[in-house]
Design a protein around this ligand. Sequence first.
Ligand code: FE2
Ligand code: FE2
Length: 477
Amino acid sequence: MRSEVLNAAAKRNLFFSPDALEMVLSNSNPMTFTNTLLATLSESSMFIGKKDIMDFIAGDSTISPERKPIAPKNKRHSDISIVAGTDVTGDSTCEGKINDFAGYFKNRFFALKKMIEKRRDFGASVSISKALTLGRETQIIGIIYEKKETKNGHMTISLEDESGICTVLVSKDSPCSKEMFVNDEVIGVSGKPSSRGDLFIADKIFRPDVPMNRSWVPSDSVSSVAFLSDIHVGSSTFLDKEWDRMIDWLKKKSYDMDLDYLVLPGDVVDGIGIFPGQEDELSIKDIYDQYEKLGEYVKEIPDHIKIVMQPGNHDAVRLAEPQPALNEIFTKGFDSNVILAGNPVNIEIEGRTILSYHGKSIDDWVASVQQLNYDDPISVMREMLTRRHLSPMYGGKTAMAPEKKDYLVVEKVPDIFVSGHVHGAGKMDYRGIKIINASAWQDQTEYQRAHNFNPNPAIMPVVHLGTGITRMMDFTK
Ligand SMILES: [Fe+2]
Ligand SMILES: [Fe+2]
């Protein structure tokens, strides 16, 4: 055998060093090994050393420059990007000064005012100070400073614009008495001043909203996007069996069904110190270890799937919204198919715009509006779209950073609007927009039980980017 191996090499003017020859001969099939090795080696070298064989075994490309490239199955073309100007990461201007807040609300006011003025049924508006002096029907736009119910069941709203403030009276007999108002939202009002000029009497309310005649226009895209919110790695009630079931399903089905994109809208880990006594509900008590474990879970997701990962209120970034992306000190071990983004953010996938917001403000919506509740987060999200703002109420449970620009304004009408946070699962079509609440991978905790919080976990919504068909994949069984 020794001479056969040496002869095969000599025919190609190649010579083994003694230790390299020993390595070849120790192989279970020395001739096959030799032939493959000789065919792979570059012609520039004359002597084959032990290192050449080690490199060959490890698949090092330097000894085989002519090796034909093999197109891996996961190198599918993907078309995904974070929309410039919608992610605060690296662009925060917030210094926390009083002036910052004035600038922040001014930005919100003008952005939303422009949207109301664009409505065909609205027309031109006048400033609040002028409207009170006109003595006739007119239209104003302002930001709601506060709202009160009067003894007689009417509603008064303090409405402010750059010219001043006025009290808007919404009579209990008027058609707009059924409207829901929240503090710091921007509304248009048509009506007229009272004879004394101290009130503006409303007869119709206008919101920025989404165009009424909008619908999902099918495209030739064949891909799908899936959503996994509120993974809560590190929680003692993390649903590992359900998670594994979902990963198995992705491994078996995602490639053939063109499921190429995955969005994780925050609370990717359970965090530490988020609420009193949380340490008793953690299986991983160190924040770095939680993210490391998450990295291991994410590695299991097939490589052809591009992943967008955002933070939520349980993650290790500033709590104030808009939140920047997770820092690399937590994510350095993550796969390269993970795109880290802030919260909220617009993601463009194959021509579709996805607005992804963790959903912390749902707490404030539910606390402020009697008709809204935690069991129906989809309706809360529709109210956000109507007002074109994800979190209007300042000073509630959602901390806000006064950036120069209000990132929580819904500037562009999305095709898909996704949130998590309340661990519910649901979908709705609102004027062509797929509204989705993207479940959770954590079962009910003691803390949630005590607060009467009932999750609907282990469900993965999947939206076909061409047809818009949305399926709720249930991994509970
Ligand atoms: Fe959560
Ligand atoms: Fe959350």
